[in-house]
Each structure stands twice: as C-alpha cells, then as structure tokens.
Ligand binder design. Structure first.
Ligand SMILES: *Cc1c(COP(=O)(O)O)cnc(C)c1O
Length: 247
C-alpha cells in the first residue's frame, strides 16, 4: 500500500511540476494537499514518512480524531529509547476543506492551519470570537469558498457576493484572509472546469486591484484529482487531491 501511495505521489508531483513549467511558475508556488477523508490513518502515516505533511479533511470531527491518533503514535515513538532527540517528528499540517458548522469551530481551531471553506459572515465571526476565547497566538488563516459553477447543491458564496463579504471579514482582528477556494463541477469536461478556475482567478485579481485585501491574500485553492493540471495552469496555488493519490 505504501508503495502505491509513493508511486502515485511521485506521478502527481511530476504532473504538478510539468503544469508549473508550462505556465511559467515555480513548483514552490503550489502546495499539494492530500485529501485523506476516505483512507485509513495508516495511509496518513505513510505520507508523513514520505515527508508529505499537508493533509485535508472535509469533516471537522475526523480531523480532531485523526490528529489525536497520529499525535499519540508520534509521542510514543519519541519516548522510545535510542531515538535522536534532535530528529524532530514530522506532524501533519491540517487543512479543513469541507463545510464547517459553527458548533464545530472550537474543537477545530487549535488543530488546523487553514480553513478553506468560509462562506458566511456568521461563520467568520464565530471563528474570530472563538480564536480570541482560546487565546490563539496566530491569526486563523481562512479562504473564502466561492461557488463558481453556480450549482445549487454546492456550498460557497455567489460570485457577486465575494468582494463585499471580504470587506467585512477583513475587519475581524483574529482572521487572516489568505485567499479563495472553489470546486469545479464533477465533470470530465475540462473547459467547464477551466472556466470556474479562471473565474476564481479574476475575482482574486479584482480584489487585489481594488485593494480590498493585502499581501497575505495569495492563495487560490482549486483543483482536485480530475482537474488539478488545469487548475495550476489557471493559477492555483493549492490543489486538493484524494482519489488520484490513494486509488
Ligand atoms: C473530496 C474532496 C477533494 C478531493 O477529491 P478527489 O476527487 O478525490 O481528488 C477535494 N476538495 C474537496 C472540498 C473535497 O471534499
């Protein structure tokens, strides 16, 4: 199983490198997030051993549970005699990529590095006040989720609502608005996917031009197993990949 993950990871990293090359970008500009929602904890451990730390989950209780299991085994290993104390353990960097309910924010905040799925002022405010209550040292990095495909069943802000909401959220002191996120339609039609990605990129550029956001606003989280190459060519900086990595 580890071999399969290693091979898939190599293929994906290679495709990412080619897409960067083709669009004149550096591979350092693109972060691969391994979406682990459908796999066992052992697969997360296998990735960590390969040096891959960025993990994405779409359900908050899963992140909490899995993080606890992983940390437990890391602490157990550190206590083993003979292990070099300077050999710092590699811990996962968690990305919350799915719909987030406000009552789950408190358990999630101490664990996650990025929340990709903020799509309302109420949720942003909940994150802001909870961060203050928890006394978090750093601002919580969030991305605004945009429904670029305009499918009814999808979460995310309407394209026309993003800038106005960002102007409100940017005033919340404990949040750092780090970028935008979208999901393309579930289709093999790569032109339709590309359209969603370039749409997100346009909104992103407009917000920068209008100075609604500052330099910390730099991420476009877009692209999944079927469409990450297109997403990178359209400017994506974070790709979220599950099935292509673990299948
Ligand atoms: C599941 C999921 C992914 C990964 O999808 P794959 O097609 O398995 O790569 C990416 N983003 C979100 C928000 C998801 O829920």
């Amino acid at each position: 199983m580890d071999k399969k993950i290693r091979d898939n990871l190599a293929i994906i990293n290679d495709n990412i490198a080619k897409a960067c090359d083709k669009s004149g970008r550096s591979i350092d500009d693109v972060t691969l997030i391994a979406v682990t929602k459908s796999v066992e904890v052992d697969s997360i451990r296998a990735l960590l051993e390969l040096g891959h730390v960025h993990m994405g989950e779409s359900r908050s209780p899963e992140i909490v549970k899995r993080n606890a299991v992983i940390n437990e085994s890391i602490s157990r290993r550190i206590e083993l005699p003979g292990i070099n104390p300077n050999n710092r353990p590699i811990r996962p960097v968690w990305h919350m990529i799915g719909h987030l309910q406000r009552n789950k924010v408190k358990s999630l905040l101490p664990i996650v590095e990025y929340i990709h799925s903020v799509d309302s002022l109420r949720l942003a405010e909940e994150i802001n006040t909870t961060a203050a209550k928890l006394g978090l040292e750093e601002k919580v990095k969030i991305l605004l989720q945009v429904n670029t495909s305009q499918e009814k069943q999808k979460y995310g802000l309407a394209v026309g609502a993003v800038a106005a909401l960002a102007e409100q959220i940017i005033t919340l002191p404990n949040l750092q608005v780090s970028g935008l996120m979208t999901m393309a339609p579930n289709t093999l039609d790569s032109d339709r996917c590309r359209f969603c990605f370039s749409r997100l990129r346009e909104i992103f550029e407009d917000m920068k031009t209008d100075r609604i956001v500052g330099p910390e606003f730099k991420h476009l989280s877009m692209g999944m197993s079927q469409d990450y190459v297109e997403a990178i060519e359209e400017g994506g900086t974070m790709v979220r990949i599950g099935s292509a990595l673990f299948a």
